[in-house]
Design a protein around this ligand. Sequence first.
Ligand code: F3S
Length: 290
Amino acid sequence: MVTRVILMEIITAKTAGFCFGVRRALSIAEETAGTNDAGVYTYGPLIHNDEVVRSLKEKGIEVLGEPGDHAPAEGATVIIRSHGVSRDVTEDLERKGMRVTDATCPFVLNIHKIVRSRGEEGCEILIIGDPGHPEVRGIRGWCVSPVSILQTEEEALCWNPLTDKEICVVSQTTFNEKKFCELVEIVKKKGYHINVFNTICSATKERQEEARKIASQVDVMLVIGDRKSSNTQKLYDICKKTCVNTYYIQTVREVEYAWFLHAKSVGITAGASTPNNIIEEVQIHVRAHI
Ligand code: F3S
């Protein structure tokens, strides 16, 4: 009798894991650790990953604003994470005597510059993104002219400008590009004078395109990332549309054997704040146990 062993094919996205902006913010934080006796803090968790936040804490970097935390002493260093913050936040920290180290991703800084300069030229601003996301709150905080935010088709259909000026449209860097184009089309059809800046980060685009491609080729797709990570959630949504057997996991411990019973191929991708070691653990586990 011939026993045929079918090996599971595993395709891991080349774009899975830390993006340029997150890697940069992390290395700024690591270089800043231990440089200030008054303390070093990040303004909110540096990235959406508890393990990374814990490891920074071991290096002496606390998260500003965590419940139960003591207030930083005057002169402490506060690191702004890659999402960026509004101008008010930086000014407020400086007023309180903090030293601000800016690890805002240069791509996000570029959006701050666009909304500010276009606003100074008299344009109204329309941000396409999640109004509750820190990056979008930060962008809003750099606007010097009337600004509105939308993220759904329904909102785009109901949207009306606040002024009769030219409208400058920008996007949250991690927004789904297809959805961005759809929303822009809806707004354009209303006939207003609009000027569109597609500020979706190329890292996001590439990650989403690769995830979509892999999801279309495999039986099971794993998307790894923290539950609070909006870019991971978007990756999951994209993959789920193409591959019904798509699962969102935070760590290897959430992988279930039953998902792979009839699978011959598995795809793996991960959000921009997922450390490489977590991706590798999932890969090794799937290869060894499934
Ligand atoms: Fe920057 Fe793009 Fe990452 S905007 S933080 S490189 S997803």
